[in-house]
Design a protein around this ligand. Structure first.
Ligand SMILES: Nc1ncnc2c1ncn2[C@@H]1O[C@H](COP(=O)(O)OP(=O)(O)OP(=O)(O)O)[C@@H](O)[C@H]1O
Ligand SMILES: [Mg+2]
Length: 233
């Protein structure tokens, strides 16, 4: 589905990613872990097209993404849920969902909102409420719901558990498994909550100073304190 080959990129003259190789497969959850500043968010930004790649290739279902802007990638089926501030506080839940469907025709967007609300019933009861007055967990659900409106094939999630209490992390992670296993949406997820993300992911990559330093099946790292220490030191 998604194949990143020898990706190099960064900001202005500052290189952040070096020769990064990552594969995210259909029906699988692929996790990216690593210390702060290691380039995890930069990687997702490059995949969605928010920043250009300097060298290497990003291929998605046979299309080369290099040089694409986010709306083009969205049309190909790549949806990005960025780190932090994810919803428009002053707009209602419904208006946020409508913005999520901005690339769709009005009728299609309405249909998709109905479908997505079936996945997140908690939002259905709060359509008129301002998004800023939702709880942290509900806001997170709304952010993911917005990203799902265009019916993506690949969902990019940047630290979706940020600021959530452990039980809410569990809830939202269960939703990701459902999206992945039931609806077949491939997921590339960046997470600091390593133990939690290892439980739901199939494969894991670790970045350190912009390079992949570990790549394997998630069960290999689960409970492997030595290896995890090595990755995060
Ligand atoms: N817009 C930007 N302009 C310049 N440098 C940036 C920009 N965004 C990020 N960086 C730098 O790129 C490096 C990687 O940042 P990135 O946000 O990808 O890290 P991260 O692994 O997501 O970290 P965290 O776990 O803290 O979210 C950091 O050194 C950061 O300062
Ligand atoms: Mg980040």
């Amino acid at each position: 589905m998604l194949e990143i080959k020898n990706l190099n990129t960064g900001y202005d003259k500052k290189q952040v990613l070096f020769e990064v190789n990552i594969i995210a497969e259909k029906n699988k959850i692929t996790a990216i872990i690593g210390p702060n500043g290691s380039g995890k968010s930069t990687l997702l930004k490059a995949v969605c097209g928010a920043i250009p790649s300097w060298a290497g290739e990003i291929n998605f279902n046979g299309s080369k993404l290099n040089g694409n802007e986010p709306p083009e990638n969205l049309k190909l089926g790549i949806s990005f849920c960025p780190q932090g501030n994810r919803v428009f506080d002053e707009l209602s839940v419904k208006e946020n969902l409508e913005i999520g469907g901005y690339i769709l025709k009005k009728k299609k967007a309405r249909e998709r909102i109905e479908e997505v609300l079936e996945i997140f019933p908690v939002l259905k009861e709060r359509l008129k409420q301002d998004a800023g007055t939702l709880s942290g967990g509900e806001q997170q659900m709304l952010a993911v719901a917005c990203a799902l409106i265009p019916k993506p094939k690949l969902l990019l999630l940047d630290e979706p558990s940020l600021g959530l209490a452990p039980n809410l992390v569990k809830d939202i992670f269960e939703k990701f498994v459902e999206l992945n296993k039931k609806l077949g949406i491939a997921i590339l997820i960046v997470e600091q909550k390593v133990n939690d993300v290892l439980k739901i992911s199939d494969r894991v990559y670790s970045l350190k100073l912009g390079r992949v330093v570990f790549d394997g099946v998630s069960t290999e790292l689960m409970g492997n304190k030595e290896k995890l220490k090595e990755i995060f030191l």
